[in-house]
Write a new protein. Structure first.
Length: 333
């Protein structure tokens, strides 16, 4: 997969002092923070409106750039750890990831423990309103850029300085010339945790949607059961875009590929035995609806899917094969 192969364009750049991906040690994994001009509802509303427009209201991707310099910490605050400094030195000036952000942000306090949020503000907020990076947009899809190339090498010195190296409260928008230069960069999918920020975001969206449609919203998630046993979402409904499409829920597929053996349920093709990584295996295998999504609107669960290799998936849809084996009928072992 390359950036040019993504189903939607990369519309803007977001600068970070440390890469969100693939590092897993940061408290901020799973969301991208923006700082309002002041900690007030009107400032937050203006920030959200601008960011929504820059990311095409959720219909585009955001490019991650790691800033060359570190933001100045507050005097007397906890110093950066050696690990944080090493990670920044490795990634400074690089294009490290592409991700899609949720349209509906939340306050960072909802995503962090009280002491973590206070530590964040103690270290970085120099204005005294304790709102540094507090407008948090959940990351709902992420891809690592192979090799972390330097922005200047890809975009050119002038464009990199303009798009990446100039500080901004918002995103820095890209043009078609920038996108042409980025199109050849290779991507590797990054799996978001099935119980992470994105999962909570999707569940909340499903609960709201199901409540609006008359389904019980409080029946979708339970504290004492695994997420995949309780997560469900409306699928098969239609929505008006340029064409009429059957609505699907991608997060169900993400959960399926985390709780199901990564092999074809028909021919037993196992990408990992062929040398693929777990991330590559998840990308290779397809999630097949046991009941076609064209059958109409219903509440889908993980058990309604089965993993197939691309060949078997096409054969099933062409009527040459069918899901009749006991192995294929059991999704979660």
């Amino acid at each position: 997969m390359r950036i040019g192969d993504l189903p939607q364009q990369v519309s803007a750049v977001k600068g970070h002092w440390n890469p969100e991906f693939p590092d897993r040690s940061s408290d901020s994994i799973g969301w991208v923070g923006f700082t309002p001009s002041r900690d007030a509802p009107s400032s937050r509303s203006r920030l959200r409106s601008t960011v929504h427009r820059q990311m095409k209201y959720g219909n585009s991707y955001v490019l991650e750039y790691v800033t060359i310099s570190l933001p100045p910490p507050n005097p007397g605050s906890r110093p950066l750890t050696p690990e944080e400094k090493v990670l920044h030195d490795k990634a400074a000036g690089a294009l490290t990831a592409v991700f899609k952000l949720a349209n509906r942000p939340v306050h960072a306090r909802e995503l962090m423990r009280h002491e973590q949020y206070n530590d964040l503000q103690n270290r970085w907020d120099q204005r005294g309103d304790r709102a540094r990076w507090s407008e948090a947009f959940p990351i709902i899809e992420a891809w690592e850029i192979t090799g972390w190339p330097k922005a200047r090498d890809i975009l050119g010195v002038e464009a990199a300085a303009r798009r990446c190296e100039m500080q901004s409260q918002f995103l820095k928008e890209l043009d078609d010339n920038d996108r042409a230069k980025l199109a050849h960069l290779d991507l590797v999918p990054i799996d978001l945790p099935a119980d992470g920020v994105a999962a909570r975001y999707f569940i909340d969206m499903a609960q709201r949607d199901n409540t609006d449609r008359g389904f019980r919203g409080d029946s979708l998630a339970s504290e004492d059961r695994p997420l995949y046993e309780d997560y469900s979402a409306i699928e098969g409904a239609t929505k008006e875009t340029r064409v009429r499409l059957a609505q699907r829920d991608r997060h169900l597929v993400k959960i399926l590929k985390r709780v199901t053996p990564l092999e074809c349920a028909l021919c037993s093709y196992d990408p990992i035995r062929r040398g693929a990584t777990y991330a590559q295996a998840r990308a290779i295998l397809d999630a097949h609806h046991k009941v076609p999504v064209r059958a109409g609107e219903r509440l889908s669960r993980v058990e309604d899917f089965v993993l197939l290799c691309p060949t078997c998936h096409r054969e099933v849809h062409q009527g040459f094969s069918s899901i009749i084996t006991s192995k294929a009928s059991t999704v979660i072992a």
